[in-house]
Design a protein around this ligand. Structure first.
Ligand code: VG1
Ligand code: CO
Length: 543
């Protein structure tokens, strides 16, 4: 097989965002577009000759085409072996598991996560390093620099590999191993959780639903929940991965997981959960009861001692800055650190590697631990099932008891999707101009004690990341409003407004979240002038 050197010129805008490079499928379909980015990944790496790369994706449209190209380019660039999931399928946490288990050099994950898929949808690609986690900023910046300078890429001329069968194939000097997409991941879950206890609970008639949203977790959920734990076959909904996710929006939240919410209305249902396109997000629900992701992290931390894989205790917790401070209250009781990082899982890697944190979480339906280096949807579901099996209480009761013990952090995120980029940037600048004047200012019941751009100094490698979200903090109720622009969208800009207020008094825990936050919601408008800058008078999605 001959190695071809193909001349190319740079594309603008191949800059990885919060989680890899995400663009419309039609953008990726341009000649050389994917190849340029993949070659730029390889150009930014050193000493990978003869080593192993893991490749897989969430099964969305263009996944299979992209994988064939990546295999041929990996062979031409000198990798020794590629482990690829059968049919090109690997959930993000499964890819992380496999990179770690087989001590691969790194991995390439093809996904645009919760963004819609299909011919007119989104596609994405991201590189994970040898610890199994997303490449840190210094690597993504190096990749980006290479994309601006690229002149040629290397690819072998060869027939496509049959990904539908497990087995070993030769591609030039490289071996391609098509592996079971599920087994390694499911085995790891079985090591961490008390499958016997969960199985007994299910056998005793515990009724649950898991909505895979026609995305990658279908085969994982079927193997773990139905085959290994003996749940009823109806437990997994929308379990067939489809290239366009059945035209749905595989984002596990109350706005998009409508099928699940409807199903949970049926009599006898105790638990519901959903995951996103690539299987790293989770939504947890009890009977007519939604668990806010920040609260979920707090409950997981407070109950970790009940779970086999975590009973030795937690080294620390880490949460992204806009995530609520509910986990901080648990950390304080446990006498452990709670780290605050910028948005994006790549910032947790160092803390996990250094043994400073055991659990991590983001308000965006992301929860995980040191078992891998990605957030992990099914892991969170199993964690909850294990807690329920031990505590034998409904989800709602566990949550209410938690609030009684730690206080309640009322929390909500308001997204203004697809707004004009210029207006959104002006809104952020307008906020920055107010930093000095806001300080000490009183609005109704609230006095501002913090107005800044969040910067993060990584305590492990000393790297600094600036402008990671605008924080407005208040004296009262540990209240905060945070403003950020999304780094995962592909159309215009998305403004995220995060609202939080702490309520220690149990007699006030029954309030509706939006009502409890109503004064802060008004204040966000008053300070940021959202309507004026975006032309929108209400959020597109509220979670
Ligand atoms: C969003 C979330 C962030 C998450 C990221 C990737 O980023 O807010 O918490 O880490 O998506 O998740 P942004 O920049 O759009 O706010 V996933 O499941 O899309 O890989
Ligand atoms: Co995801």
């Amino acid at each position: 097989m001959t190695i071809q050197i193909v001349n190319t010129t740079p594309f603008d805008g191949q800059k990885p965002g919060t989680s890899g490079l995400r663009k419309k499928v039609t953008v990726f379909q341009q000649a050389h577009y994917l190849e340029n980015f993949v070659q730029s990944i390889f150009n930014s790496l050193q000493d990978f000759q003869g080593k192993t790369l893991v490749v897989g994706g969430d099964g969305r449209f263009y996944n299979k085409t992209a994988i064939q190209t990546i295999l041929k380019m990996a062979a031409a660039n000198g990798f020794g072996q590629v482990l690829v999931g059968q049919n090109g399928i690997l959930s993000t946490p499964a890819a992380s598991t496999i990179i770690r288990k087989y001590q691969a050099f790194g991995g390439i994950i093809l996904s645009a996560s919760h963004n819609p898929g299909g011919q007119d949808g989104d596609f994405g690609i991201k590189y994970n390093i040898g610890n199994g986690g997303p490449a840190p900023e210094k690597v993504t910046e190096a990749i980006y620099t290479h994309t601006t300078e690229i002149k040629a890429y290397k690819i072998v001329e060869a027939a496509d590999i049959d990904l539908s069968q497990q087995g070993e194939y030769q591609l030039a000097n490289m071996q391609v191993k098509v592996i079971d997409s599920v087994a390694d991941y499911a085995d790891l879950m079985q090591e961490l959780f008390d499958f016997e206890a969960i199985k007994s609970m299910l056998d005793a008639g515990f009724n649950m639903r898991f909505d895979a949203m026609h995305a990658v977790t279908g085969p994982y959920a079927k193997d773990i929940l139905i085959n290994r734990l003996g749940a009823h076959p109806d437990t997994v909904m929308n379990g067939e991965p489809l290239e366009d996710f059945g035209k749905g929006h595989p984002d596990p939240n109350q706005a998009h997981a409508k099928d699940l919410i409807e199903e949970l209305e049926k009599p006898g249902m105790s638990f519901g959960a959903a995951s996103d396109g690539d299987g790293d997000r989770n939504m947890i629900m009890g009977r007519r009861f939604f668990v806010t992701p920040s609260d979920s992290l707090a409950v997981i931390a407070a109950n970790a001692h009940l779970i086999p894989g975590y009973k030795q205790g937690l080294a620390g917790i880490a949460r992204s800055m806009p995530t609520s401070k509910a986990p901080d209250h648990v950390a304080a009781r446990l006498g452990i650190d709670c780290f605050e990082t910028p948005t994006g899982w790549k910032f947790f890697g160092n803390l996990l590697d250094a043994g400073k944190a055991t659990l991590c979480g983001e308000e965006s339906f992301g929860t995980g631990s040191n078992h891998v280096r990605e957030k992990d949807g099914l892991w969170a579901v199993l964690f909850w099932l294990n807690i329920l099996a031990v505590r034998k209480q409904p989800v709602e009761m566990i949550m209410r008891e938690h609030w009684q013990t730690y206080g309640r952090n009322f929390y909500s995120r308001h997204d203004y999707e697809g707004v004009d980029k210029e207006g959104a940037t002006e809104l952020m600048d307008h906020l920055r101009q107010q930093f000095n004047s806001l300080q000490g200012q009183t609005f109704g019941h609230y006095t501002v004690n913090l107005a800044d751009d969040f910067s993060y100094n990584d305590p492990v490698d000393g790297s600094c990341s600036h402008k990671q979200g605008i924080r407005i903090g208040f004296d009262e109720h540990e209240a905060r409003i945070i403003f950020r622009l999304s780094g995962t969208g592909t159309v215009g800009a998305t403004l995220r407004v995060y609202l939080e207020k702490y309520e220690p008094d149990p007699s006030k825990h029954e309030q509706d979240t939006q009502q409890a936050l109503a004064d802060l919601i008004d204040l966000a408008e008053q300070i940021a002038q959202i309507k004026q800058f975006t032309g929108r008078d209400k959020a597109s999605v509220i979670t």
